[in-house]
Unconditional design. Structure first.
Ligand code: GRF
Length: 207
């Protein structure tokens, strides 16, 4: 499968995919990353792609007169690489109707909370503030809502008393450790074995 990965920050999820594909080989893993897109310049996620010799593109909202024009530009830039799957790995923008019309049902997102709890931009902080004892991460298909698409896999992470001391930074790092493994496992299985969606239920086929 051809993957386009969208990032907005450090790109450690992207790096986990790069490392898995490098270790197993694209054929055995079932996928390769054909491009990395971002909504901003100067982020480590783009440097990781460049180091791996993977083409990159940047679509900034501020470079477009309207959000819809940005969405169209992002769609065209992504479509140029003819992806089978788009992986939103720490991409901090909500893709629009043009993007979903083109890639709907083939966009996978990872979120650092156990959806439907704590959707949105501050999932880690919100779980901590709420006093949750267990949080985690969710890998899901993107639909036209925010973090509302069918869930593919989840991983639980315990919240510790000391997590209150640093506003969730340590907790987010523990979540990201689980998230990276979950994303690599899910993307490989989807790419190799396929899946089907029945209503809200995602059924991955065992290899
Ligand atoms: C991930 O935890 C993702 O779920 C969240 O932001 C983080 C991105 O991390 N949206 P990275 O850019 O993959 O290191």
């Amino acid at each position: 499968a051809r993957l386009v990965v969208l990032v907005s920050g450090s790109g450690t999820n992207l790096q986990a995919l790069l490392d898995a594909i490098d270790a197993e080989g694209p054929e055995a893993y079932g996928a390769r990353i054909v491009a990395v897109g971002a909504d901003r310049h100067g982020i480590e996620g783009l440097e990781r792609a460049e180091r791996a010799g993977i083409p990159t593109f940047v679509c900034r909202v501020r470079d477009h007169a309207t959000r819809d024009e940005w969405d169209e530009a992002l769609t065209e830039a992504t479509a140029a690489y003819e992806p089978d799957l788009v992986i939103s790995a720490g991409f901090m923008k909500i893709v629009g109707k043009e993007f979903l019309a083109r890639f709907g049902g083939r966009v996978v997102n990872t979120h650092p909370a156990l959806l439907p709890s704590f959707p949105g931009t501050h999932g880690v902080r919100d779980a901590l503030a709420y006093g949750a004892k267990v949080t985690g991460c969710t890998v899901h298909f993107v639909d036209d809502g925010v973090d509302t698409g069918p869930i593919i896999a989840q991983g639980a992470v315990e919240v510790l008393d000391e997590d209150d001391a640093d506003g969730g930074a340590a907790l987010h790092e523990r979540i990201k450790e689980v998230e990276r493994r979950l994303l690599v496992d899910v993307v490989g299985r989807i790419a190799r074995d396929g899946y089907r969606i029945e209503g809200r239920k995602v059924r991955l086929r065992d290899g």
